[in-house]
Design a protein around this ligand. Structure first.
Ligand code: PEP
Ligand code: MN
Length: 355
């Protein structure tokens, strides 16, 4: 897939592209007051949810079509581009008819191929050129995310970006949605050229986490941020804990350190060569370990012993995890590695057993 830039005319190419605005459009006054303040802070793209997918019935489900008129007003008054979420064919029809510049597909919708296809068909029928932003599905399924992007691409749209908003989990202690950074990083690797934005509001679920999550996204070379901002966050009708005032947003953005990604110094080249060599050694050591495992498998086969002996495995796990901690590594990290190695050892031994 070959993507085109989502930077509409007049938007700076400097990272980060920032999209900001309230979780939901609530009243005409709130939409316009927030937009004026954000425009005053140099924000170019304004977001507001018009139709809100709510976890439980009875929550605020959005103001609907009349809010689109308010967004038109924002465009006219401030010159900002406007963006909203679409989840059905009629949302697409209405949003495009009202001149909404960017559309995004929410996390609950991108988890549903029928819904994404319906949106893609509606966009194609209207020859909408984008940008369309595809949020990650609520569940940590990279193929499902890529599938949603492909459906939009197959509708002829090239101005596409992905939004990383984190993944649902039962455990909501620190984050509202777990970042699982390796998933968007793998997305970037698989779809080179696809712009990637971070949604620190929905990942963190708390105002206090927005600054550090935004910095982390910038350090991982994300292209932009979509952040919820409201003139009176405590009184927002949805997602109030995670919205910040335009003033605070501007403060957060000014604190961001944008590291230059273009220059690779000689030192970095040397260090990267070291990493290449070490990885090569790691592979060789792992291969050696597997050979020994296979010998053990051969022994077990000759003596009619079962492959899995859990007592021994538990002991190895404990000892290695402690060893890793002593060497300054995370115990959970070592456990993950050992579990993967153990799984492959077992597979190798079973192969020997069946030879
Ligand atoms: C939103 O952007 O307000 C929203 C509903 O987000 P998500 O789809 O990521 O939950
Ligand atoms: Mn929200």
């Amino acid at each position: 897939m070959e993507f085109e830039s989502i930077l509409l005319p007049g938007i700076s190419a400097q990272r980060p592209l920032v999209i900001a605005g309230p979780c939901s459009a609530e009243t005409e006054e709130q939409v316009l007051a927030t937009a004026r303040e954000l425009a005053g802070k140099g924000i170019n793209v304004y977001r507001a949810g018009i139709w809100k997918p709510r976890t439980k019935p009875g929550g605020f489900e959005g103001v609907g079509t009349k809010g689109l008129g308010w967004l038109q007003q924002v465009k006219k008054e401030t010159g900002m581009y406007v963006a909203t979420e679409v989840a059905t064919r009629s949302h697409v029809d209405e949003a495009v008819a009202h001149g909404i510049d960017m559309l995004w597909i929410g996390a609950r919708t991108s988890a549903n191929p029928f819904a994404v296809q319906e949106i893609a068909d509606a966009l194609k029928a209207l020859a909408f050129e984008g940008p369309v932003l595809v949020k990650n599905p609520v569940n940590p399924d990279l193929d499902l995310w890529i599938g949603a992007i492909e459906r939009i691409y197959n509708a002829g749209i090239r101005k596409i970006a992905a939004i990383h908003r984190g993944f649902s989990s039962y455990d909501k202690k620190l984050y509202r949605n777990l970042p699982q950074w390796h998933i968007p990083i793998e997305l970037k690797r698989r779809l080179a050229g696809l712009p990637l934005l971070s949604d620190p509001s929905h990942i963190g679920g708390k105002r206090e986490l927005i600054a550090s999550l935004s910095q982390q996204a910038m350090d991982l070379n994300y292209d932009g941020l979509i952040i919820e901002s409201h003139t009176d966050p405590d009184r927002a009708w949805s997602d109030k804990e995670q919205q910040v005032t335009p003033d605070v947003l501007s403060y957060i953005l000014n604190l961001l350190v944008i590291r230059d990604t273009k220059q690779t110094t000689e030192n970095l080249t040397e260090l990267r060569q070291q990493i290449d060599r070490i990885d090569h050694e790691l592979l060789a050591i792992l291969a050696k370990r597997m050979r020994v495992s296979r010998e053990i498998g051969q022994y077990k086969k000759e003596h009619n012993m079962p492959v899995l002996q859990t007592g021994r495995y538990d002991e190895i796990l404990d000892r290695r995890v402690n060893g890793a901690r002593e060497m300054g590594m995370d115990g959970a990290f070592m456990k993950t590695i050992l579990e993967a190695i153990h799984e492959e050892s077992i597979r190798q031994q079973i192969e020997v057993l069946n030879q």
